[in-house]
Write a new protein. Structure first.
Length: 288
């Protein structure tokens, strides 16, 4: 969610194809964020990049992969590696080939979990533009949906334990001011305050700053998310607040975060479902 750029991987054993593709994508932006283009000349080189580069392996939005490289099926094997070995189901993978007879389109679409199949002649500058735009949007939507479902499932499981267990579950989502870009405020308290206090100094300042900003944004009208007072507020500086108000069955929860772009409405809806669930589960979870 807190992306500063979109990672795009180009894999092809023809240097000219890589150069032309990079040139065609040089000015593309999605949600006003630029692309970070990474290239590899073979399946083996791409796998080495995945193993050495955490950003590439965890944040890959789109890949354009040649079929025939060191072997006739190297590109297809790379797609299979990404989906099965890396267990990556959200990056958008496109096969490009200069030899369509080597890998018939229908057979490839049926067998491999890819987003599209094109000949190199078909992938014009305009085609690349539309593919990158739509694919990054799909990557963001799919990734957020999968993360939200997984988090909600974990929260439901831990709701039968204690708030300490629940905190552990959501620790990677909001770290109460230790990460300057996101805060979770539950019942007026920044979560993980003990961790922030242990770090002291700047971290504690960020936690207090997050609480102050939350109180300020909570006074804004914002955009209603339901009919009971829950709302979404966007302020200057790319700060965003999703607020769930206190009700008989749930506590007040504020999710305050900063991004480099304005999330589309359906992403806000997904995040709202997480905050709603937390507000309800926290109310009914034991403090012990």
């Amino acid at each position: 969610m807190f992306f500063k750029e979109w990672v795009v991987l180009l894999v092809d054993d023809e240097p000219d194809v890589l150069s032309v593709s990079k040139l065609a994508m040089r000015s593309i932006k999605v949600y006003d964020l630029p692309l970070k283009i990474v290239t590899a000349a073979s399946k083996a080189e791409a796998i080495a990049l995945f193993q050495d580069n955490l950003e590439l392996s965890s944040c890959l939005a789109v890949a354009f992969i040649d079929v025939v490289m060191e072997t006739d099926s190297a590109g297809l094997e790379l797609c299979q590696y990404i989906r099965e070995e890396m267990e990556n189901k959200v990056s958008q993978l496109f096969i490009r080939t200069g030899q369509p007879g080597m890998a018939p389109e229908r057979e490839v679409i049926d067998r491999y979990d890819i987003s599209g199949y094109f000949t190199k002649v078909e992938t014009t500058e305009n085609k690349l533009y539309s593919l990158v735009k739509s694919s990054v949007r799909q990557f963001l939507s799919s990734g957020m949906a999968l993360a939200t479902v997984n988090l909600l499932n974990e929260m439901i499981v831990n709701s039968h334990a204690s708030r300490a267990d629940l905190l552990e579950t959501i620790h990677h989502i909001a770290v109460g001011g230790v990460d300057e870009s996101t805060w979770l405020i539950v019942d007026g308290q920044v979560l993980f305050a003990d961790e922030v206090n242990a770090k002291g100094g700047a971290a504690l300042y960020l936690a207090n700053g997050g609480l102050a900003l939350y109180k300020k944004l909570a006074q804004c009208e914002g955009f209603p998310l339901d009919f009971s007072g829950d709302k979404y507020v966007r302020s200057e500086g790319n700060f965003h607040l999703i607020q769930v108000t206190a009700k008989p069955h749930q506590v007040e929860v504020g999710y305050l975060f900063k991004t480099q772009f304005n999330p589309p409405d359906h992403i806000i809806s997904l995040m709202y479902s997480f905050v709603q669930a937390l507000a309800s589960i926290w109310k009914n979870t034991s403090t012990e």
